[in-house]
Design a protein around this ligand. Sequence first.
Ligand code: UP5
Ligand code: MG
Length: 244
Amino acid sequence: MWRRVAQLSSLVPSSKAFLRNQPQPPYGLQTCGAFSTEILKPAKDGVPTTTREKLPFITFVLGGPGSGKGTQCLKIVETFGFSHLSAGDLLRKEISSNSENGAKILETIKEGKIVPSEVTVKLIQRAIESNNNDRFLIDGFPRSEENRRAYERIVGAEPNIVLFFDCPEEEMVKRVLNRNQGRVDDNIDTIKKRLEVFNALSLPVINYYSKKGKLHKIRAVGTEDEIFERVHPIFTRMEVMKRK
Ligand code: UP5
Ligand code: MG
């Protein structure tokens, strides 16, 4: 599994060529329920989110480093009762638990590169499985088209909606450098690499969901509360909230 990651990580400079060469997933789409969840025919190796009686409502939360994903997720959790799964936090937990992959995950994060999809998707899948909530925010994932396809293949479903926190690079760099929480990737060299990876590999994912009509782009400048005022109506409008 990790050998594949190393290959992926080295793809950052030539990401366009990599993305062009990726095969399309051979899964048929079905539409399910009132919330336009698209269930893909699940692969043999993973079905968890599709074995529940009712599919959970999944929101992917995307945006560059320091765009405020985590901060806004906490507010959405408080107001709308979602469970927050930060892919970065799940990976950092793997590092601190001295798991088999911990050292490699640490190296990848220090380099600002992307951890192999299988590693991250399994962590997300496990976190969803062990939580009975019917609504989740998946923060900071998928970061590449390959991540997105792996999630669809393993979990067998697409997100209901996708949030994109759109923030100028200058502001993101300032916020990350001010954070001061001891993260190994909060230094100017790694931040530059994270921004390169975001532009090369994550923006195509955002474009993909925009074309599918699932994307909610939020201007991520201003105070935390001002930004949340832009987020709030997205969820109040949704039928899923009325079921609470
Ligand atoms: N802040 C927030 N909002 C503010 C505002 N409106 N005004 C002023 N300050 C504001 O915010 C960042 C800082 O800004 C905080 O100090 C906050 O108080 C302040 P935060 O909400 O933490 O922003 P966020 O977008 O969550 O930034 P983060 O640094 O977490 O984003 P990344 O996407 O870079 O980090 P993540 O943890 O998701 O990933 C880290 C690494 O893990 C990746 O680079 C990658 O190597 C790896 N990774 C994978 O490989 N795969 C994955 O799927 C996920 C991660
Ligand atoms: Mg974060």
